[in-house]
Design a protein around this ligand. Structure first.
Ligand code: ATP
Ligand code: MG
Length: 498
């Protein structure tokens, strides 16, 4: 009797996917927009086509929702470049024009220009206490090991940080513009200045004034004690001392806020190519961005139909994934994010690159896309997750477990699928997707080749086009620093006899 497998092979050639129940080969490589609130996680080896595919999805989303806000945190800048290339190559049309008007490019660490993003500003649409919490969360999340170390360190961070933030915000000039985190270190390192700040401005923030005068600056505190209480804070604030970052965080007014992005449906890229080699800065910049966004999303009432969905894509920003608060946040994807319409997409290469906490949260994402994953353990993990999802896998087990324990049958299936995932070609992918917020597509989809992207000649190199867009809102660093460098405690400038 002829083997069935052999017969199929003779008739149809090599099968494109292994006999996994409920998998279907599909030309359609898109997600359902209605399922995006479930969150989307994309993994795959370098160069398999993750970013190009996501750029295509973003383009489709941007066209479909002309006032839908999109936020992209992109460490290696390829998603920013790819998206902007694809938009540039669109034939002229009202859609193209609409998208181009909405794009804002932010390049932290740029040598000559800066998109100012000071934290302390009413333009964020957040209360002063919300802003204090944003700063406190930066200090805490960037120092997990110090908080764990000694009670003194923990106190210095958890107590001193919010009080310092309150005091800084209370120091305002005649235009009502406050100091910024860029002055925090100076205040902590110069006791005389800190005392003066408490004296002149402390009455606006009595709690902070009391803390500094009666705790940190109290008579009993030795210089060593003072240093112990402040050094971790000073260390964290040192990460933003370079000229570009001082300009970014020290300017008196943000040139873009999440409030504006959401209200106007802008498309905002934080392109990290200039800070690619500065890990501390990456953590600062991207966590600060996310903390500001989350503070605004926190103001939403769950399931409010008037809230605009916000799409946020994070392409390989591993420093951000390492942050405990980020993993915790993504752990709430199916509850908190979903009810407040924050739709997250994360892109990674491999699980072994991820922090453990983040790995655990990965399976909370509803839409899971895997390009080739050459690491066997990673491929096996994905197979297990996608296999479990399969609604008919019970049947599969029932058929195949006559002589073997169920676990063995499963293991066989997972191994087969893992082996296949390891050997996918570039631009091939497997997709589990939600068709609506509640319902899954009944099939796992195998895409033999992701859609072709537009090709053509750009009017200028993409780096130049990006700079051009960046400079629509950016200002020279020199100008931003000029304002910052002039900051003094007003009384300080008067002659001593006055
Ligand atoms: N849909 C597509 N059409 C045409 N070319 C593509 C497509 N997808 C990927 N490519 C090409 O394959 C290469 C890798 O693609 P891409 O940068 O999207 O991969 P990636 O998985 O994001 O890689 P990395 O992990 O290194 O960021 C690029 O040169 C890209 O132009
Ligand atoms: Mg990529």
């Amino acid at each position: 009797m002829i083997d069935l497998k052999l017969l199929l092979k003779i008739l149809f050639g090599d099968p494109v996917h292994p006999p996994i129940p409920n998998i279907r080969t599909s030309k359609d490589d898109t997600l359902y927009f209605d399922g995006l609130t479930r969150g989307t996680a994309i993994s795959g080896d370098p160069g398999t086509g993750k970013t190009s595919w996501e750029a295509g999805e973003l383009k489709r989303y941007a066209i479909t929702f002309p006032d839908g806000p999109i936020i992209v945190y992109d460490l290696n800048s390829s998603l920013t470049n790819e998206f902007n290339t694809q938009i540039e190559l669109m034939p002229d049309s009202p859609e193209k024009e609409n998208i181009q008007k909405r794009i804002v490019v932010d390049i932290p660490g740029h040598e000559t220009h800066v998109l100012p993003k000071p934290i302390f500003s009413p333009e964020h649409g957040l209360s002063e206490e919300d802003l204090v919490q944003v700063v406190t969360s930066i200090i805490e999340e960037l120092n997990p090991e110090k908080i764990a170390l000694t009670p003194m360190m923990a106190q210095s961070l958890e107590v001193t940080a919010p009080q310092l933030a309150r005091l800084i915000m209370a120091i305002r000039n005649e235009y009502g513009e406050s100091w910024q985190v860029t002055e925090g270190k100076k205040l902590l390192m110069d006791e005389g200045m800190l005392k003066k700040a408490c004296k002149e401005y402390g009455h606006f923030v009595p709690e902070a004034k009391w803390y500094f005068e009666n705790q940190l600056l109290a008579k009993g505190v030795t210089p060593q004690g003072y240093e112990a209480r402040t050094s971790a804070l000073i260390g964290t604030l040192s990460a933003i001392e370079s000229r570009p970052l001082r300009a970014r965080y020290g300017h008196y007014r943000p040139h873009i806020t999440y409030k504006e992005i959401i209200d106007k449906g802008l498309i905002y890229f934080v392109s990290g190519e200039k800070i690619a080699n500065q890990e501390k800065v990456q953590a600062w910049v991207y966590w600060c961005e996310f903390a500001l966004l989350r503070a605004l999303i926190n103001l939403r009432t769950p399931h409010d139909p008037n809230d605009k969905p916000v799409l946020i894509v994070i392409d390989e920003v591993y420093k951000l994934f390492e942050i405990r608060g980020m993993a915790n946040a993504l752990g709430q994807i199916s509850t908190y994010f979903r009810s407040r319409k924050l739709m997250a997409v994360v892109i990674i290469q491999a699980f072994w690159q991820l922090d453990e906490r983040f790995q655990e949260q990965y399976w909370n994402f509803g839409n899971i896309i895997s390009f080739a994953m050459s690491n066997h353990n990673d491929a096996y993990t994905i197979s297990q997750q996608l296999g479990q999802y399969n609604p008919t896998s019970e049947k599969f087990r029932a058929r195949s477990n006559h002589s073997q324990p169920v676990a063995e049958a499963d293991r066989g299936q997972y191994l087969m699928m893992a082996n296949w995932l390891q050997n996918l070609k570039a631009r091939q992918m497997v997709m589990r997707r939600y068709s609506t917020e509640q319902e899954k597509d009944p099939y796992l989809r195998f895409v033999e080749k992701t859609r072709d992207k537009l090709t053509g000649t750009l009017r200028a190199p993409i780096a130049e086009i990006k700079e051009e867009i960046f400079k629509r809102r950016a200002i020279p660093i020199r100008d931003a620093l000029e304002v910052i460098n002039k900051r003094t405690l007003q009384k300080e400038t008067k002659p001593p006899s006055a």
